[in-house]
Each structure stands twice: as C-alpha cells, then as structure tokens.
Design a protein around this ligand. Structure first.
Ligand code: NAD
Length: 359
C-alpha cells in the first residue's frame, strides 16, 4: 500500500461506519480504507460485501483495545487519518451491562490515542501536516434538555446521564486532552440520532419497521414524548468527510439536521409510510400494534443540536429532510428483507464464527 494513501476506520462494519465506507468509495475518495472491527453483534461484514473484490478495502477482524494490533496497523498501513467509530452504542445495553462500554469506549479510545501519538511522532513534513485523528461522538454527552432550553452547542457543558453517554463523554475528554497535551491533531464530531440503511433493529426506527412488518407489538417507552433530533446517516457521513477534510485541528463540531421529533411521532410516521408502501393484511393500520411499556431508567427527555458552526464554518448542509430520509430508509428495509432476517436470526454471527473464528 502506498504511503499515507489510506485511512484507518474503526467500527466500520457497524451501522454508521459501513455507510461511511460505502459512501467514501462512492464519493470517489482516493485513499484506501483499512477497517478494524471486532465484529460484535452490531458489526456485520455483509454490509460491505459489495467491496469484497475492491483492493482498496481491507477488513481486519480485531479489537481496538489490542495494543499490539493497533500499533501494527499504524506501522504497516501508515494511514493519513483515523476515523474512530468503534463503540458499544446502545443505551439500554449500557444500563444492563456497562462493563463493555467502559472497556471499548474508554480503554479502546485511549489505546488508539496512544498508538496514534506514537505513529504521529514518527511522521515528518507534509505527512505530519496531513495527519488527523477524527473521533465520532454523540450529542448524548450533553445530557438532557427541557422543552424550552436552547439546542446543544459546542460549548454546552457535558452532563451525561447514561453509562453509554458517560463512556462517550470520557472518550471525548481523552481526545481533547491528547490534542492539548501532546499536540495530536484531533477533531471531534458530536452528532444527534441517526437512522438509515444497515441499522441494527434494536434502535427505535429499524425496531419499529421490523416489528410492524412482522405484526409484532411496537413498544413505546413511557409517554413516548421523548424528543430526539433525527439525522439521515448519509448526512452524518458527509459531515464527517467535511470535518476530516477542512475541520480546524482541536475543534469539536456538532452535527444535526434540525429535525426534532417526539418518539411517538416517529413511530406514527413510520407506520403511516408502511401503510402506504406495504399495507398490512387485512389492511389494519400498523399503528394499532403500538404498546406503551415502562420507561427506560433515567431516560433523557429531549436532545436538540445546533449545527451552526459546521454549517457556517465548513459549509456543510444536510441533504435529507426527516420525511425524505425516512422514506428512503423504509424503502431500503422493504427491499432488503434478507438483511433483517440474517441479523435477527443470528445467521451472520454463524457466518462470522465460520469465517473469522470465535471472538
Ligand atoms: P454500531 O453499534 O452499529 O457499530 C459499532 C461497531 O463497532 C460495530 O461494527 C462493532 O463490531 C464495532 N466494535 C465494537 N467494539 C469494538 C472493539 N472493541 N474493537 C473494534 N470494533 C468494535 O454503532 P453506530 O450506531 O454505527 O455508531 C458508531 C459511532 O457513532 C459510535 O461511536 C457512536 O457513539 C456514534 N454515534 C452514533 C449515533 C447513532 O445514532 N447511531 C449518533 C451519534 C454518534
């Protein structure tokens, strides 16, 4: 591989990471991609099956906490950037079992920073100038908003409420410290809730699509009035490419599309689109499957993102509205029933065990 003509992506077999890699090549980016992924339940190499014969794409099955492996990847591939997606990402899972979140999200990020710093110290001239460490994070680090609070901006104090959010906030602080203390050229993005193709059906929108299509109940936490600021995954990916190319070193950029919706509204909109695109038999509206369930402990009430800095400084804009993005998403799930079937049946985990051995 030619020197400095690759990027190292972590967690690229997950939801956002796989969209990012597919769009990286679709956008005509020239750097090859080395994807380091542990292939947990959330990582699915089949998302990137279209790249299997592309010599510019390499999947490395491994752990970001593995110091020797990460060091070797920097030394061998000499990437011009690292884009760090790998994480345990589901709030409900973090409530039941926070250990994996502290390990991957905090220790794993520390391990990558340590290896990136050692590698960066070996670079000189234009190669050193070009190197970036881009850390992908969430708006959940900022905590919760009341209905009248202004949206989160980059200087909103951190107040994470779930083990997931606390682990991501910790990793953001580590990245910031590595820039201030050691001069590592870092960038951080804090993005609102994503939706789109290849999202594991434990998250709200694919869960509702999958359950509605299978005639299963649609669980609504509490009163369903928790507000999230939704962004189509393709817009998140374009924001990351923009920040990587033109973001100012050491800066944080909030990413969001200005689409605040209560969870119940989201479920109703999903059901309305499914009624139109795939009417249930015998044509009962899908929303009839709605069931209120006990709220998540410590459930944040509202998130909203102010993305003015990214829009005005770097000229990024979201291309999709909530309505267009959601329609695209539902059309994708309807066109790819075998994808949902494989991730819910565990077939792809068997495939991973066969092809990559047990983790
Ligand atoms: P995901 O759970 O779909 O994917 C995570 C990926 O990381 C998987 O492929 C998994 O196999 C891999 N992984 C987990 N532990 C690993 C380890 N120790 N070593 C190597 N790989 C490992 O997550 P996602 O929704 O794609 O989120 C990606 C990133 O974006 C996360 O850092 C998340 O915090 C952030 N983010 C997500 C959202 C969202 O709405 N999904 C919003 C903002 C920010």
């Amino acid at each position: 591989m030619s020197e400095q003509n690759s990027i190292l992506v972590t967690g690229g077999a997950g939801f956002i990471g796989s969209n990012f890699i597919l769009e990286w090549f679709a956008a005509g980016e020239t750097a090859s991609v080395v994807n380091l992924d542990l292939l947990t339940y959330a990582g699915n190499p089949a998302n990137l099956a279209s790249l299997q014969d592309n010599p510019a794409y390499t999947l490395v099955h491994g752990d970001i906490c593995d110091q020797a492996l990460v060091t070797e990847l920097f030394t061998t591939h000499r990437p011009r950037a690292i884009v760090h997606f790998a994480a345990e990402s589901h709030v409900d899972r973090s409530i039941v079992g926070p250990e994996a979140f502290l390990r991957t999200n905090i220790d794993g990020t520390f391990n990558l920073l340590r290896a990136a710093r050692a590698y960066y110290d070996t670079l000189e001239g234009a190669e050193k100038e070009a190197f970036r460490f881009l850390h992908v994070s969430t708006d959940e680090v900022y905590g919760t908003l009341s209905p009248t609070d202004p949206a989160f901006h980059e200087n909103t104090p951190f107040a994470p409420n779930s083990p997931y959010a606390a682990s991501k906030a910790s990793s953001d602080h580590l990245v910031r410290a590595w820039q201030h203390t050691y001069g590592l050229p870092t960038l951080i993005t804090n993005c609102s809730n994503n939706y789109g193709p290849y999202q594991f059906p434990e998250k709200l929108i694919p869960l509702m699509i999958n359950n509605a299509l299978s005639g299963k109940p649609l669980p609504i936490y509490g009163d369903g009035q928790q507000v999230r600021d939704w962004l189509y995954v393709g817009d998140h990916c374009s924001a990351i490419r923009t920040v990587l190319a033109t973001g100012r070193i050491g800066e944080t950029y909030n990413v969001g599309g200005g689409n605040q919706r209560a969870n119940l509204d989201v479920v109703e909109t999903v059901c309305g689109l499914l009624d139109e695109l795939r009417p249930a038999s015998p044509h009962a509206p899908h929303i009839q499957l709605k069931r209120y369930v006990q709220d998540r402990p410590g459930h944040d009430r509202r998130y909203a993102i102010d993305a003015t800095k990214l829009e005005t400084e770097l000229g990024w804009r979201a291309a999709e509205s909530f309505e267009t993005g959601l329609r695209k998403t539902i059309e994708w799930y309807l066109a790819n029933p075998e994808w949902i079937e494989s991730v819910t049946s565990g077939a792809y985990q068997q495939w991973i065990s066969k092809n990559y051995g047990h983790r």
